[in-house]
Design a protein around this ligand. Structure first.
Ligand SMILES: Nc1nc2c(ncn2[C@@H]2O[C@H](COP(=O)(O)OP(=O)(O)OP(=O)(O)O)[C@@H](O)[C@H]2O)c(=O)[nH]1
Ligand SMILES: [Mg+2]
Ligand SMILES: [Zn+2]
Length: 302
C-alpha cells in the first residue's frame, strides 16, 4: 500500500474526488468500505481534509476523511439533523459582495448573509466592488458595520484597486463568494485567477445543457495559498431559511443587551422593558440593523 498523502478535496462528484496535495491535484476514488458506511452525498465534500493512499502505480484511493472543524451547510427547518446538506467543509470565510453603482447595496440582503455567516460560524468579509464607480456619501453605512466588528473592503475588478488587500485576506483560508447577480463576483474571481474564465463557463452551462445540468462544487486554488469555493448551493443562499431561536445571537451588537430584557424569552419586538428596543431608541444600536432583525424574524415565523 505504501505511503499515504494528506490533502484537500477540491472537487467531489459521484465517487470521483480531486485532492489537492502539495500544489498538485490527484484524481482519487472513494475507498469502497468508506462509501458503504454513510450517506454518500456528505461523506466527502469540498474542503474536507483526507488521506490518500496509492494501492498501485496508477490509482489513488481516499482512505480516510478527517473530522471536519466546521461545516457550511444547508439545513431545512423541521427535517431533523439527517437532512443536512454540507456545501463546504472547513469554510473559513464568506465574501459578502455588493458594489458601488447599480445594482448597489441591499442592506437587508447584506444582513441576511451576515446572519447566515454568524449562524454557521464563518468569518464574514463585506466586499464593495466597482470602487471605480464610488460616489461620496457611500461610507456612512460602512462605518456602522465596521463599528459592529464587520470588515468592509472596497475593490475594483476593473482597475485592480484593493485587490492586493483582498488577496491578503484570502491567504491560507477557504473562502466563498455570495452576493446578488451583477455585483461582479465572477469578475473578481477572474481577476484573481485569470486562467479560470468563469463567466463564459456558467453561461454556456446554462444555455447548452438546460436546467438539469449537474453543477459541481469546486474549490479553486489561489496563487499562493488558500482556496476559493464555487458551489451551486452558495448561489442560492439568499433564500435560505433562518433559525428563529438563535436569530438574536446572529446580531452581535444585541449581545450586550439581550440578557437584560424583562422577559427571558423576549423577542425584542413588542415586549415591555426590552433592553434591545431601549438601546435602539437611545441610538446605541443602529436602527436599520434592528429593522433587519425584525424583518428576518417575521420571515422566520412565517
Ligand atoms: N465599473 C465596474 N464594472 C464592473 C466591475 N466588476 C465587474 N463589473 C461589471 O459588472 C457586470 C457584472 O459582473 P459579473 O462578474 O458578471 O457579476 P456576478 O456577480 O458574477 O453576477 P452573477 O454571475 O450573475 O451572479 C459586468 O458587466 C462587469 O463588467 C468593476 O470593478 N467596475
Ligand atoms: Mg458570476
Ligand atoms: Zn428584548
Amino acid at each position: 500500500m505504501g505511503e499515504t498523502l494528506e490533502g484537500l478535496v477540491v472537487r467531489s462528484t459521484a465517487g470521483f474526488i480531486d485532492v489537492h496535495v502539495d500544489g498538485e491535484v490527484l484524481q482519487a476514488r472513494m475507498r469502497g468500505r468508506l462509501k458503504n458506511t454513510a450517506h454518500t452525498t456528505d461523506l466527502c465534500v469540498i474542503g474536507d481534509r483526507v488521506r490518500v493512499s496509492c494501492p498501485d502505480e496508477r490509482s489513488y484511493v481516499v482512505s480516510e476523511v478527517m473530522p471536519r472543524k466546521t461545516r457550511f451547510s444547508r439545513r431545512q427547518p423541521g427535517r431533523g439533523p439527517h437532512k443536512e446538506d454540507v456545501l463546504v467543509a472547513n469554510l473559513d470565510q464568506l465574501l459578502i459582495t455588493f458594489c458601488h453603482g447599480p445594482p448597489g447595496l441591499k442592506t437587508r440582503l447584506l444582513d441576511r448573509f451576515l446572519v447566515i455567516a454568524e449562524h454557521q460560524d464563518v468569518h464574514p468579509l463585506i466586499l464593495m466592488n466597482k470602487s471605480d464607480l464610488r460616489v461620496s456619501g457611500d461610507t456612512e453605512w460602512q462605518s456602522a458595520y465596521r463599528s459592529i466588528g464587520y470588515p468592509v473592503l472596497s475593490v475594483s475588478a476593473r482597475t485592480g484597486e484593493g485587490m492586493g488587500e483582498l488577496l491578503e485576506n484570502l491567504e491560507g483560508k477557504i473562502s466563498a463568494f455570495v452576493g446578488p447577480s451583477g455585483v461582479g463576483k465572477s469578475s473578481i474571481i477572474n481577476r484573481i485567477l485569470p486562467g479560470l474564465d468563469l463567466g463564459t463557463a456558467s453561461v454556456s452551462d446554462h444555455h447548452g445543457k438546460g436546467r438539469h445540468t449537474t453543477r459541481v462544487a469546486t474549490l479553486h486554488a489561489l496563487p499562493r495559498s488558500g482556496h476559493l469555493a464555487d458551489t451551486p448551493g452558495i448561489r442560492e443562499l439568499a433564500t435560505w431559511a433562518l433559525p428563529i431561536e438563535h436569530l438574536d445571537r446572529c446580531f452581535p451588537e444585541l449581545s450586550a443587551f439581550r440578557d437584560h430584557c424583562a422577559f427571558r424569552s423576549c423577542s425584542h419586538t413588542h415586549e415591555p422593558s426590552c433592553a434591545v428596543v431601549e438601546a435602539v431608541n437611545a441610538g446605541t444600536i443602529d436602527r436599520k440593523r434592528y429593522e433587519s432583525y425584525v424583518r428576518l424574524r417575521e420571515e422566520a415565523t412565517g
